[in-house]
Design a protein around this ligand. Structure first.
Ligand code: SF4
Length: 498
């Protein structure tokens, strides 16, 4: 176990390569290889938004009767618990602290084991999720050696390092897949409890990806004419749903980045269908793929398509959007959102997603490119900003720093996570839902311009912040620092060539 790890906490976010090397030296080579395969990096290779572990933490916190325990640096845990409570976790987050000594001697693992034994009360929990953050992952804290269950409470250990998982979206996949694997092994071992809500008498489609609560209902309405029902949404809200999720006829990868969860479904013999029922063309194609997966007669599929498409066309006609839009985000639903915007009449010129390209997003990317959009997977913040600055759209939909920059430029903007992900996208309900917020934002351009003129020169560049006098500029220091950084970059490039 490398003894320099305890000093690397602060460096973890900013030095993913150093941490990855440390993890490999600590015997985590197989884990790192798996993460590289499931979550390929490039063009950017480190988190550019919140800590990725927030994705898996939130997924665990939203499950009933599931406890979550973090093992990581105090500063990381502070940030993660702060954000989870900001988003209304209403539940405690467990923490097993460490110091250099407990990390280096292996006592941290003993402390983790002790804490899960103390917590494993079957009256309270179905499962306890223990998450290794960057430093314990890099030092090889072996969560796989934890008992599988204690007193009937399942123990799930996962490694969610920022240097192996580039987005918090993909961290949700890590936990969802770990739970599916566990549940799949339970199913293989013998009978499991039936779902609380009972079992549908029709074959079900499991929906992969967190979505607005009205969307599964809308999807269920579109599946009914095919003789199918909507199954659970994965990530699930309680343990038993995992069994129903696995017990489906096919899986709809509504969000395309659940690579390891898909591996579990395939191991259970389930077919997986990509894209989503958004807009006229998206819904038409999606229903056809679902019909194929279940062998539904073509005539029945055509009738279901006609019924769904008729309603969607009506909703789109009642809620047109006119304007040039750029879309960027890290939720994984950027492509289907852009499709819906285009079908609503918008001219979407750029779609950037922090998620990687997968087989389930290929059709959406091709459709968008055929409709004039440039699609960038694993888009960096720099990609998103330069697209927005270059295109000067009527509306920029994006992440916080993109929206902030758009405001500085007087370009109307909307937060993807808070304002776009918080509405339905699927079927007829989705078709009408975006227009209201998008059109209102586009109509704000004059106001944005007036605000920009009012604040002109305030809080920009060297004048950012509050100053009692003029900022003490030292261009000589900057030049020196720039030289130092260029030298370091040259040395690193030379090292890489050896
Ligand atoms: S756990 Fe998250 S916040 Fe902490 S170093 Fe890793 S990526 Fe950064």
């Amino acid at each position: 176990m490398p003894d320099d790890l305890a000093h690397m906490e602060a460096a973890a976010c900013s030095d993913p390569n150093g941490m990855e090397d440390a993890a490999r030296r600590a015997g985590q080579g197989a884990l790192m290889d798996r993460l590289r395969e499931d979550y390929p990096v490039g063009p950017h290779d480190k988190p550019q938004s919140m800590c990725p572990a927030f994705g898996s933490l939130r997924t665990g916190l939203r499950m009933r009767r599931v406890a979550t325990v973090l093992s990581g640096s105090a500063c990381c845990v502070y940030g993660l618990t702060f954000v989870s409570h900001f988003y209304g976790a209403r539940r405690s987050v467990g923490y097993v602290p460490f110091d250099s000594e407990t990390l280096v001697t292996g006592k941290l693992f003993e402390d983790i084991r002790e804490s899960v034994h103390a917590m494993a009360d079957p009256a309270k929990f179905d499962a306890i999720v223990v998450t290794n953050l960057c430093v314990p992952t890099a030092s090889g804290v072996p969560l796989r050696l934890l008992p599988n269950e204690i007193n009937g409470v399942r123990i799930i250990g996962i490694d969610v390092p920022g240097f192996g998982i580039p987005t918090h979206a993909e961290a949700k996949d890590v936990l969802a897949a770990a739970m599916l694997k566990f549940a799949r092994e339970e199913v293989a071992a013998g009978p499991v409890p039936a779902p609380v809500a009972g079992k549908s008498d029709r074959p079900t489609v499991t929906l992969l990806g967190e979505m607005f609560p009205a969307d599964p209902l809308g999807i269920a309405g579109m599946l009914a004419p095919l003789g199918l029902a909507a199954g659970p949404v994965v990530p699930c809200r309680e343990w038993r749903e995992l069994y129903s999720a696995l017990d489906c006829g096919a899986v709809a990868a509504i969000h395309p980045f659940y690579t390891s969860a898909v591996r579990e479904f395939r191991a259970a013999g389930r077919d997986v269908v990509g894209s989503a029922p958004v807009g006229v063309e998206g819904t038409h194609a999606w229903l056809a793929s679902i019909g194929d997966a279940f062998g539904v007669p073509a005539k029945q599929v055509a009738a279901a398509q006609d019924a769904a498409v008729r309603q969607i066309k009506e909703s789109l006609a009642n809620a047109p959007i006119d304007g040039v839009i750029t879309v960027s985000g890290y939720e994984g639903s950027e492509l289907i959102t852009a499709r819906l915007l285009i079908e609503s009449g918008a001219r979407v010129k750029y779609v950037g997603t922090a998620c990687p390209k997968t087989e389930f997003s290929t059709a959406d990317a091709e459709w968008l490119e055929a409709h004039g959009a440039t699609v960038r997977f694993r888009a960096s913040l720099e990609d998103d900003l330069s697209a927005m600055e270059g295109l000067q759209p009527d509306l920029a939909i994006g992440t916080t720093p993109v929206v902030q920059r758009a405001k500085e430029l007087g370009i109307p903007s909307l937060y993807f996570t808070n304002l776009i992900s918080a509405r339905p996208l699927m079927g007829a309900a989705g078709a009408g839902s975006l227009a209201q917020v998008v059109n209102a934002a586009i109509g704000n351009r004059d106001r944005m311009g007036r605000m920009r003129a009012f604040f002109e020169g305030v809080g920009e560049g060297d004048t950012a912040g509050i100053w009692s006098g003029d900022p003490n500029l030292r261009p000589d220091f900057r030049a020196m620092n720039a030289k130092k950084m260029a030298k370091q970059a040259r040395a690193k490039a030379a090292e890489a060539m050896i």
